[in-house]
Design a protein around this ligand. Structure first.
Ligand code: HEM
Ligand code: ISQ
Length: 145
């Protein structure tokens, strides 16, 4: 099934809601990740002092959500996802990221978007984010091999 304009619009709209409170939603995102995978704290250089409000933490979270949003645009345009940054695979291998981590980040991303989108949350919105995240994850995992 092709990715639609509507799905891109849903992802775009909720991404904008996320950015409106980047500080709060970034903290929520990291908090959920560390709840599910406490050991992930040691993977991220910028989490050494725990989850705290900082421009650095926000910048990393914004990058991840931004790449997933970009994946939605690519799915609509070409039906596939090409990594803009070919080094993403190597970075994740080097940091010791393994497959189950992608599930943890996915759940945290969806919960964060659910919070950010409030009463605009729907199954359709969720599915659009899931397809984009899964496609991007597959591309990163391929680059990791
Ligand atoms: C680094 C994106 C999944 C752990 C990075 C970087 C990007 C990125 C852009 C470069 C540095 C930065 O700006 O943050 C993504 C995307 C993912 C994904 C789009 C999923 C679609 C994961 C997963 C983990 C992970 C599942 C494991 C929990 C890391 C770590 C770094 C990193 C530890 C290095 C951070 C540091 O500088 O200390 N990732 N990532 N990533 N990623 Fe991911
Ligand atoms: C995955 N990769 C890079 C940065 C991240 C920030 C927050 C959560 C997951 C991440």
């Amino acid at each position: 099934m092709a990715f639609t304009d509507k799905q891109v619009a849903l992802v775009d709209g909720s991404y904008e809601s996320f950015k409106q409170n980047l500080s709060g939603y970034s903290i929520l995102f990291y908090t959920i990740i560390l709840e599910k995978a406490p050991a992930a704290k040691d993977l991220f250089s910028f989490l050494k002092n725990g989850v705290q409000d900082s421009p650095q933490l926000q910048a990393h979270a914004e990058k991840v959500f931004g790449l997933v949003r970009n994946a939605a645009v690519q799915l609509r345009a070409t039906g596939q996802i090409v990594l803009g940054d070919a080094s993403l695979g190597a970075i994740h291998v080097q940091k010791g990221v393994v497959d189950p981590h992608f599930v943890v980040v996915k759940e945290a991303l969806l919960k964060t978007i659910k919070e950010a989108s409030g009463d605009k949350w729907s199954d359709e919105l969720s599915t659009a984010w899931e397809l984009s995240y899964d496609g991007l994850s597959t591309a990163i995992k391929k680059a990791m091999n």
